[in-house]
Design a protein around this ligand. Structure first.
Ligand SMILES: Cc1ncc(COP(=O)(O)O)c(C=O)c1O
Length: 496
């Protein structure tokens, strides 16, 4: 594609560099996970041996509340007998500033989603096609092709597409490690900044998600303030993708960068927030993304660019009504957090029963699962991918390997837990437990042959078990033994 086809080969590019480069990420090997899932999707009754999708960061736990509200508020839609009298006005509306009521309602909602501790100015609300569009728009506003943004890793896999593909911006990862629970530190950012500038890169800013995708952790206020100080000192931008602002179910309050802007002396011209209703409201199909900048020129530029990714006026109209219903929103946010907390608790407990630990998290729609002990070869990305294939093909779960989030330590996997019903989650847990226990039994059989050695040395025994478990994974894969569900792979890059 993209070139003239001549006797089986391609010569003479006829399409653009963007059309023919592979920066979109779709050709990544990790996309195999999605393909496997699409070919054989799990269904409780119709396809109980299919692959369960655990690579999709969707929040489906509170859609019943939204449906209920829609039924009770037929006027909010222009496609009902109760609302059709507004149809012509809304169908014709296309101003890229957006409906005033929509901007007001979303600004109000953004404040609520941050615990009511901050307010947002409707005049600074700029629409985009989801946070995907918002992240790209902000890059277009802040950086030129070849310029660099520092992004802490592990990071949301689709940032490679959203921040770089069409803009030509480069990402320099700020590596975070398990030694401090992947916590982002100013020192790590300083180091990445230094390395990038020493390589003559033009660093334009720092961008991270808070709460974090894929970690599910939130940044403490001190660190956030220190990071704001750092960008101010360097005179570079700070973009915080707060798409999970209200997807918090335990622990400390989430602190928005908006609170730091409110409470501290900062150069607000350098601070920008990306938001969306895809996670907190569970509405990714509505494509409601927001660029919120404290910089007037950025607001103005992003607004002009929003012509390329407007939210349909029909959607704006309905959401304006829904999001200004205070009692609905308050109840929704409370209930969502409660249901997520329960789901997270059930899932992590089930994993624990299978001997699997996760990074402690209090937010997000996923856990960061530690399978380092199951790698055939420790510290090997090849083994990570090997294990990932086993999980997809044999355990039949589509989870996401850490390498697709640019994690520098092999053996971590992101697993989503809010995009399915309770029964499907139960099956997923059974598959994982079954898989691990089968492998443990195999290990035990082997162990009895080696009783002597094992009894003599407890430490050795532990090590032996681990390596046999690793071998068992391998054997399971090669023998094609497998329970209907093992775990599985993830996906890629593009959809979550
Ligand atoms: C951190 C982050 N940013 C952006 C997006 C894209 O969201 P949207 O569906 O609003 O485009 C996602 C989706 O998973 C995400 O996790």
């Amino acid at each position: 594609m993209g070139s003239l086809k001549k006797s089986g080969g391609y010569t003479g590019a006829i399409l653009s560099r963007i059309a023919t480069n592979d920066q979109h990420g779709e050709n990544s090997e990790y996309f195999d996970g999605w393909k496997s899932y699409d070919k054989n999707p799990f269904h409780l009754s119709r396809n109980p041996h299919g692959i369960i999708q655990m690579g999709l960061a969707e929040n489906q736990l509170c859609l019943d509340l939204i449906k209920e509200w829609i039924k009770e508020n037929p006027k909010a839609s222009v496609c009902t007998p109760e609302g059709v009298h507004q149809f012509s006005d809304i169908a014709n509306f296309q101003d890229y500033h957006g409906l005033k009521e929509f901007r007001q309602a979303i600004a109000h909602f953004m404040g609520k989603a941050r615990g009511g501790r901050v307010t947002f100015d409707p005049e600074r609300i700029v629409m985009s096609g989801g946070a995907t569009g918002a992240n790209e728009t902000i890059m277009f506003c802040l950086a030129d092709p070849g310029d660099v943004f520092l992004v802490p890793s592990p990071y949301y896999a689709a940032f490679d597409r959203d921040l770089r593909w069409r803009t030509g911006v480069e990402i320099v990862p700020v590596h975070c490690s398990s030694s401090n629970n992947f916590k982002l530190t100013v020192e790590a950012v300083e180091w990445a900044y230094k390395k990038a500038t020493e390589s003559n890169k033009n660093v334009k800013g720092l961008l991270f998600t808070n709460p974090s995708n894929p970690l599910g952790t939130i940044l403490d206020k001190d660190t956030l303030e220190n990071l704001v100080r750092f960008v101010t000192k360097k005179n570079i931008h700070l973009v915080v993708d707060e798409i999970y602002a209200a997807t918090v179910f335990a622990g400390e309050n989430f602190v928005s960068v908006a609170e730091v802007v409110k409470d501290s002396e900062v150069n607000a011209d350098l601070i920008h927030i990306v938001y969306s209703l895809s996670k907190d409201m569970g509405l990714p199909g509505f494509r409601v993304g927001i660029v919120y900048s404290y910089n007037d020129s950025v607001v103005s530029c992003a607004r002009k660019m929003s012509s390329f990714g407007l939210v349909s006026s029909q959607t704006q109209f309905m959401l304006a009504s829904m999001l200004s219903d205070d009692s609905f929103v308050d109840n929704f946010l409370m209930e969502s957090s409660k249901r997520l907390g329960i789901r997270h608790g059930v899932f992590t407990l089930g994993l624990k029963k299978a001997g699997i630990n996760c990074l402690i998290s209090t937010a997000g729609l996923f856990v960061w699962m530690d399978l380092r002990h199951l790698l055939r070869v420790r510290n090997s990305f090849e083994s990570e991918i090997e294990l990932w294939h086993i999980i997809i093909d044999k355990v039949k779960l589509n989870v996401s390997p850490g390498s697709s989030f640019q994690c520098t330590e092999p053996g971590w996997f992101r697993v989503c837990f809010a995009n399915m019903d309770d029964d499907t989650l139960h099956v997923a847990l059974l598959r994982i437990q079954d898989f691990v226990s089968k492998n443990s039994n195999k290990t035990a059989e082997k162990a009895s042959d080696n009783d002597q050695v094992i009894q003599n040395n407890n430490a050795k025994k532990q090590k032996w078990k681990q390596s046999n478990l690793r071998l068992s994974f391998r054997r399971l894969y090669e023998d094609g033994l497998s329970s209907p569900g093992i775990m599985s792979p993830h996906s890629p890059l593009l959809r979550t």
